[in-house]
Design a protein around this ligand. Structure first.
Ligand code: CMP
Length: 351
């Protein structure tokens, strides 16, 4: 499914690029025809994709709801409008611009921005309010100071407002420039205010982003930690602490996770997949089990190699956090020690 969604994004980007090229003046027939055919091919693929989604929506109706459903339906329906309205192929191709909705709906980054803006709406509106006040005051002052010198540009407050917007946003097209000394002093002040207002916006958005990412990571880690049997009896406050300390890690099959003789700086909980412990005979550990604890408990070097037998999903607990966990959760600590002692017994017996 992930592959299909990547293919869909790739085709969307290709389609939008073809559409962009088609608007070039003097594009030869030799390029125009393949580009148009490419657009038709991509549209046909989107129709197929919609048919598949309609089929799947029998059991999962949510697939057709929200922005994703809207994007899928518009991607097929809107490009039909051109030929139906009798527009030229080039004009009809413009309708494919609606495919940008597919990129928006499939993008987690856009969803993240949406959430950040929703979370920070109050603060952002507060800064917008300040922006409005500065804009209006600057426009009135520019009108008062410049209307006699440049009546054609600053002869009305709306006219002066265009100057205020381009100056406040530090864009400065240069089509309206104050001519009087007072007007120029005002311009300098407005530019500084513009920088301050936009710095505030940037600050609010940056903090919002960082908060949202931390919240998302925390929720994901919390769900992962809750799956580890060892933490079943840990109280909510301690679970919160453990969630903050455990770091998710993915490893491909064959990755060496612990090397015999290396110092042990972390232990691992297996969430999915299997690892092989190179004892004789080798031991396989799977989801819910842990490894790498012996070096941490005894302060010794790694007793043996541990490699990923399949792709594994792990939670890593660093040595310093391991000791905090042991102090906070005696039950989990006792369970880890018990397992470590049994394993040491086996490993020593084999040696
Ligand atoms: P450590 O010695 O830190 O690194 C290698 C790990 O392999 C070790 O911790 C244990 O977690 C694990 N291990 C060692 N012996 C056994 C065993 N007999 N059974 C299961 N796991 C083991």
């Amino acid at each position: 499914m992930q592959l299909l969604s990547r293919l869909s994004s790739l085709l969307t980007i290709l389609g939008l690029s073809a559409l962009t090229l088609l608007t070039l003046q003097g594009l030869g027939e030799a390029l125009r025809v393949p580009l148009l055919l490419g657009l038709i091919g991509i549209w046909a693929y989107f129709v197929l994709e919609l048919v598949l989604t309609l089929w799947r929506s029998r059991t999962s109706p949510h697939l057709l709801l929200g922005i994703t459903g809207l994007a899928d339906i518009s991607a097929c329906a809107v490009p039909l409008a051109g030929p139906l309205l009798g527009l030229s192929p080039r004009e009809s191709a413009l309708m494919c611009g609606v495919w940008v909705l597919k990129l928006i709906s499939g993008s987690t980054a856009v969803q993240l921005i949406g959430r950040v803006i929703a979370n920070e709406a109050r603060n952002l509106l507060g800064v917008l309010y300040v922006f409005g006040i500065v804009l209006f005051t600057a426009s009135v002052l520019a009108y008062v100071l410049e209307r006699d010198a440049q009546p054609q540009l600053f002869g009305s407050i709306p006219g002066a407002m265009w100057w205020a917007v381009t100056t406040l946003t530090t864009t400065g097209y240069g089509d309206e420039i104050p001519a009087t000394l007072a007007g120029r002093l005002l311009a300098g002040f407005v530019m500084v205010c513009g920088i301050a207002v936009f710095a505030l916006w940037a600050g609010i958005l940056a903090t919002g982003f960082a908060d949202e990412l931390r919240r998302r990571d925390f929720l994901r880690n919390w769900q992962l930690v809750a799956k580890v049997p060892l933490f079943e009896h840990v109280g909510p406050a301690d679970l919160l602490e453990i969630t903050r300390t455990l770091k998710p890690r993915e490893a491909a099959a064959g990755t060496m996770l612990c090397r015999k003789g290396d110092p042990g700086d972390q232990m691992f909980f297996i969430l999915a997949g299997e690892v092989t412990v190179a004892t004789t005979p080798p031991v396989t550990l799977g989801a819910g089990q842990f490894f790498g604890e012996m070096a941490l408990i005894a302060g010794t070097l790694r007793s043996t190699n541990v490699t990923a037998a399949t792709a594994v999903s792990l939670l890593a607990l660093h040595a310093s956090d391991f000791h905090t966990l042991i102090a906070r959760s005696p039950r989990a600590a006792a369970a880890i020690r018990e397992v470590a002692a049994a394993r040491r017994g086996q490993t020593v017996a084999q040696a």
